[in-house]
Design a protein around this ligand. Structure first.
Ligand SMILES: Nc1nc2c(ncn2[C@@H]2O[C@H](COP(=O)(O)OP(=O)(O)OP(=O)(O)O)[C@@H](O)[C@H]2O)c(=O)[nH]1
Length: 338
């Protein structure tokens, strides 16, 4: 009740949600540098040698989102609102394999991390994606699945670029299997790389690079990803209310936003490079109020915006579900495809 009053009041004042929360899983094999990366994203530096994660650590990144400015500082301009990005750093250790799905709850997006000097850590990302897709619940899920059926946007970050660079000059001696594999490939003993066991089967080979230990990562791309999740979670009103992007009636601005969303979201959906994206966050006009607005951050279960989006046109209006598990997402996808 209290939140509802606050929400109504805020909408009247600002025309949008006062603040919000999105949840991002950070996953990948043990030792690839997830904790180091999260520290870097949240604190701006990674502490020397983080202890091995026990189960899961949660950190929070503050982002402002709105009509003026794209900074993540606490200084807000008019029309900007506070959003919090929860980063759930899930341990990659085998010890927690059977219980880590406890943390796969109401996910808005996923950051997959692999070690550039250990190729198998990239190969296993597909298993991570499948595991999350099969056992997780999702907030504002996509209409169609990504790798392993994952129904939310994601990015893949190749960490330890410093190690990979050094090993490149030494012939990648740290991973003998990979070295052998490359030799076999070079000799032409196997016709195509697809037939080898260690293929880069996870989409996004042109993903982001990082060297968390040296405090290097693509900050702009990561923030852009967080903003995409915020927009999908809280500002999808126009998308839902537009019956068909092909219809003649939608306002031009809505159509334009929609096209921009598709372009940008496809990048995260495919995990491709973000360079040269034309979308300008600074030019976003004041956003409309979210009709089914959720209460601001709370430990109670969230009420995600109910948007069944499909990356293939046409988009469909909400099917009414507030939280959609992977299995129900799949069945609804089937419904749509019929
Ligand atoms: N050289 C180098 N070392 C790194 C980098 N990032 C992390 N490390 C080191 O790799 C080790 C593992 O890093 P973590 O961040 O704990 O890895 P994690 O993925 O969270 O591991 P789990 O908690 O077991 O899942 C630590 O000793 C880090 O200092 C990097 O970019 N370069």
């Amino acid at each position: 009740m209290f939140w509802r009053d606050r929400e109504r009041e805020s909408k009247e004042l600002n025309g949008g949600p006062p603040c919000g929360l999105v949840r991002v899983l950070v996953v990948g094999d043990s030792g690839v540098g997830k904790t180091s990366l999260v520290n870097l994203i949240v604190k701006g530096s990674s502490s020397g040698r983080p202890p091995q994660t026990v189960g899961c650590n949660v950190d929070v990144k503050h982002i402002t989102y709105g009509s003026s400015g794209s900074s993540s500082s606490s200084m807000k301009g008019d029309g900007e609102r506070d959003f919090f990005v929860e980063l759930w750093d899930v341990s990659g250790h085998e010890r927690y394999k059977d219980c880590r799905s406890l943390f796969y709850s109401q996910i808005n997006g996923v950051i997959f991390v692999h070690d550039l000097s250990q190729r198998r850590t990239k190969t296993s990302l597909l298993q991570w994606a499948s595991e999350i897709a099969a056992t997780g619940t999702f907030s504002a899920p996509l209409g169609s699945g990504g790798p392993g059926g994952l129904p939310v946007p994601y990015i893949a970050i190749g960490n330890k670029a410093d190690v990979a660079a050094k090993e490149g000059t030494r012939g990648s001696s740290s991973n003998l299997v990979d070295a052998a594999r490359q030799w076999v490939e070079k000799q032409g003993l196997l016709p195509t790389s697809e037939e080898l066991p260690l293929t880069d089967s996870f989409p996004g080979s042109t993903g982001l690079l990082a060297a968390a230990k040296e405090a290097r990562y693509d900050k702009e791309a990561v923030i852009k990803f967080f903003r995409l999740l915020i927009r999908r979670r809280y500002f999808s009103d126009e998308l839902v209310s537009t019956p068909s992007p092909w219809s003649a009636s939608p306002a031009q601005r809505s159509q334009q936003r929609l096209d921009e969303d598709i372009t940008e979201e496809n990048q995260f959906y495919r995990g491709t490079s973000l360079g040269g994206d034309p979308y300008k966050y600074n030019s976003i006009p004041p956003l409309p109020a979210q009709r089914n607005l959720t209460p601001p951050p709370t430990l109670y279960p969230q009420q995600p915006v109910s948007v069944m989006e499909n990356y293939n046109f046409p988009r469909f209006p909400s099917l009414g579900s507030q939280e959609i598990s992977s299995s129900s997402t799949r069945s609804k996808r089937l419904d749509i495809n019929v």
